[in-house]
Design a protein around this ligand. Structure first.
Ligand SMILES: Nc1ncnc2c1ncn2[C@@H]1O[C@H](COP(=O)(O)OP(=O)(O)O)[C@@H](O)[C@H]1O
Ligand SMILES: Nc1ccn([C@@H]2O[C@H](COP(=O)(O)O)[C@@H](O)[C@H]2O)c(=O)n1
Length: 314
């Protein structure tokens, strides 16, 4: 799709409607996990391996968005607390759930949206540096609590949980917050013990059960990342075929069910034949190979699959 067409298919968040001749609903992937588990690094690696990172934003088929853009604005009193490390940024109330939901819905409808970036040094949204999210085929949405809100959780076609042990996460968070987020050691440790750790246990960790795929060790797990990248690549190729189903949900469900041990081996199931007849034997065989690979990797502990309860079963 060239730039002109991308623009044509967009609707601005300010309501300026453009023509809808190429609107496609993206496949939405949620990426959750504790602080410093490697969520953004995993997304970055996925983007890089798919050759998307160096591409112009208007041309990307895969885009990545952070939940940080949906922190709510603080009152003056909360700002003072935040400066002293006494504001709980790990509680669900710190986020603007409605805006997050509405924005994801617009994205799912194929609209172009503008979201603020987040400035950790001032604990505030940066409206001067808005990020323009152009319509894409696959959208990654990462953050500590992306699976916490049921309404938002239900929007995802696929849910990944980056599972890195808490010592490693703390060891990574401390230097990151000091070097990149303008914090001092005392404040980082106090905030971690007072808010981050308890909130992880109360709000983030329990959402692991909603994940379809758990990635142990985060970005170190190149096997899991390769697997997800290959999967997205297959989806993008599949989607570009004229007359293809364009439905990664069906495609994914078939494969993941194949790993759930429930006997619903996708390639042999009715849904598998539907896809095979849509896309030809190449895709069909790729799905079979992928399904077998997933089983082997699960056994080796590189990835853990959950049956995807969010997808239609066949
Ligand atoms: N596998 C890894 N090995 C070493 N450092 C890592 C690894 N993954 C992430 N990091 C570093 O840890 C910090 C947190 O990673 P990040 O991807 O931002 O986590 P999250 O998005 O979950 O908060 C960053 O400074 C990042 O460079
Ligand atoms: N002003 C803020 C906002 C958030 N945080 C912390 O960021 C963490 C979430 O981002 P990750 O990249 O680590 O997932 C979260 O644990 C908040 O404590 C902050 O320190 N200041």
């Amino acid at each position: 799709m060239d730039n002109t067409n991308k623009e044509k298919s967009a609707v601005l968040i300010n309501g300026d409607a453009l023509s809808h001749d190429e609107i496609k609903s993206p496949f939405l992937i949620g990426v959750a996990g504790g602080t410093a588990s490697g969520k953004s690094t995993v997304c970055k690696k996925i983007m890089e391996q798919l050759g998307q990172a160096e591409m112009d934003h208007t041309q990307r088929q895969v885009v990545s968005i952070s939940q940080d853009s949906f922190y709510r604005e603080l009152t003056p009193a909360e700002k003072i607390k935040a400066q002293k490390g006494k504001f709980n940024f790990d509680h669900p109330d710190a986020f603007n759930e409605e805006l997050m939901y509405e924005t994801l819905q617009l994205i799912l409808k194929g609209h172009k949206v503008k979201i603020p970036s987040y400035d950790y040094r001032t604990n505030s949204l940066d409206f001067d540096n808005k990020l323009v999210i152009y319509p894409a085929d696959v959208v990654l949405f990462e953050g500590i609590l992306v699976f916490y809100f049921p309404k938002i959780r239900d929007l995802f076609h696929m849910k990944l949980f980056v599972d890195t042990d808490s010592d490693t996460r703390l060891a990574r968070r401390v230097p990151r917050d000091i070097n990149e987020r303008g914090r001092d050691l005392d404040a980082v440790l106090t905030q971690y013990m007072t808010f981050v750790k308890p909130a992880f246990e109360e709000f983030c960790s329990p959402t692991k059960k909603f994940a379809d795929v758990i990635i142990p060790r985060g970005a170190d797990n190149t096997v899991a990342i390769d697997l997800i990248v290959q999967h997205i690549r297959d989806f993008l190729n599949n989607r570009s075929y004229p007359g293809s189903t364009s439905n990664m949900a069906l495609y994914m469900n078939m494969e993941l069910c194949g790993n759930s041990g429930d006997g619903a081996m996708g390639a042999d199931a009715a849904g598998g034949n539907d896809i095979a007849s849509d896309n030809g034997n190449g895709t069909y065989n790729a799905i079979r190979r992928f399904s077998t690979l997933c089983k082997e990797l699960t056994m080796k502990g590189n990835v853990f699959f959950e049956t995807n309860k969010n997808l239609p079963h066949h």
